[in-house]
Write a protein that binds this ligand. Structure first.
Ligand SMILES: C[S@@+](CC[C@H](N)C(=O)[O-])C[C@H]1O[C@@H](n2cnc3c(N)ncnc32)[C@H](O)[C@@H]1O
Length: 406
């Protein structure tokens, strides 16, 4: 397909430019797994939303029996999306392939995810559907707030909100690796009174969300309290009336905490198994946590002050979660990424990130700020439904700064 006289692959600067190159990569791979002589290739197709080539694999009679997926930027075959050689063999020999899957599961292997740093614009429920199963090692997020006033909320009713949260929690379960953690920052919400004759209402969102996690196959691990300075809750207006009148029954506590709830995808494997069987011993050693870590379930952290996002959490909070619940090199997903604080923390700590955000304005903040994040090779970032940030921008900015002498 050509746009502006250029092939899509040329426009995107892919390394795999055309059908012939895609076929030749697959032929080499088939030769390596000794299936080159028993297989035919279908017509490769480019998918520039995900920056991949899909090459159909067919038996000699022309029946499609699998597919190879190639990373268009790097030429690498994406193993998690490609039909496994043992499955191809079973299909060619018309064997029962479910037996092969069972044998594999009997002896659990530790697999390292090969996802790249990824930023996607859109509804995470949809974007999660396109991710390979068990391809992320940690999820940390803070979900959108439920706000009962329709003018401020995309959810008309609380049930509708919980339904959406369940959908995301369920889809996250599929993409999260066995036995790994889903950490969520959440707090009760205050629904302000609509008139003087009504009272305000508080909804205990964390307790309802907890139920969803349990029903969707996660084990509860910890309830960490994020404690903010005393002044932080005053803006909510809660407790002001009591402070003035001091009548019993009117007492309302000023909220200065939020929950950091920790869940683990249910697994028969003990946590020790993941430490003992991790194939990169250096990454395990390098990920050890230094003195000064949080010893109790109360973490005192100031709220974020300098973000352009109205509900950003502090980077310090994300850094703690990333350090305590992942190894270096792991993939950290935030399905409600906002300004991308999780990506910033993860890349600074030598983890990779997958960030999904449905508001183009907030995604723009990620696109601007990613230039300053550590350890990010912009050429290798996968952008879904949005334009890539080109490294050249950074160079031009640095040049301008130098030229202007500040
Ligand atoms: C509480 S904020 C997250 C803030 C983020 N932790 C930060 O530090 O900037 C929740 C975000 O989820 C986004 N969001 C809401 N529904 C979404 C959906 N279905 N898919 C993707 N993002 C969504 C909102 O636009 C909002 O930016």
């Amino acid at each position: 397909m050509k746009r502006n006289g250029l092939l899509v692959s040329e426009e995107r600067n892919y390394l795999v430019l055309n059908v012939q190159q895609a076929k030749s990569i697959v032929k080499d791979w088939l030769a390596e797994i000794q299936l080159a002589n028993v297989m035919k290739l279908g017509l490769p197709e480019i998918d520039d939303r995900y920056h991949i080539w899909r090459v159909p694999l067919c038996a000699k009679n022309g029946d499609k029996i699998g597919e190879v997926v190639i990373d268009a930027y790097s030429t690498e075959i994406i193993a998690s999306k490609t039909t496994k050689p043992e499955i191809l063999t079973a299909r060619l020999l018309k064997q029962d392939e479910t037996k092969i899957v069972q044998i594999k599961q009997g002896k659990k292997e530790y697999s390292l995810s090969n996802l790249r740093n990824t930023v996607g614009l859109g509804d995470s429920a949809q974007l999660l559907e396109d991710m390979p199963a068990e391809s992320v090692d940690l999820i940390f997020t803070s979900p959108p707030y439920f706000n009962a006033r329709p003018e401020y909320s995309e959810y008309e009713a609380y049930d509708e909100y919980l339904f959406k949260m369940r959908q995301i929690i369920r889809r996250c379960h599929r993409v999260l690796a066995d036995g790994r953690f889903f950490v969520i920052n959440i707090a009760p919400v205050l629904i302000r009174r609509a008139s003087r004759n009504e009272s305000s209402r508080r909804i205990a969102v964390p307790f309802d969300i907890h139920q969803l996690f349990i029903e969707e196959g996660y084990d509860f691990i910890d309830d960490i309290i994020w404690l903010k300075p005393e002044g932080a809750g005053w803006a909510t207006g809660r407790g002001r009336r009591f402070a003035a009148d001091r009548n019993p029954l009117q007492y309302k506590a000023v909220p200065v905490t939020e929950y950091i709830l920790v869940y683990r995808k249910h697994s028969d494997l003990l946590i020790d198994w993941f430490i003992r069987n991790h194939p990169d011993r250096e990454a395990v050693d390098d990920s050890k946590i230094a003195d000064g870590y949080e010893r109790t379930n109360v973490w005192k952290i100031n709220p974020s002050t300098n973000s352009k996002h109205p509900a950003a959490f502090p980077k310090e909070l994300a850094e703690k979660v990333v350090q305590y619940y992942s190894f270096k090199g792991d993939i950290v997903l935030d399905p409600f990424a906002g300004s991308g604080t999780v990506g910033n923390a993860a890349s600074g700590l030598e983890r990779r990130f997958v960030l999904f955000e449905n508001n183009p304005e907030y995604l723009e903040i990620i696109r601007e700020e990613i230039l300053a994040w550590k350890n990010v090779n912009l050429k290798n970032v996968m952008w879904i439904n949005c334009d890539p940030v080109k490294p050249i921008h950074k160079q031009i900015e640095l040049f301008e700064v130098e030229k202007n002498g500040h």
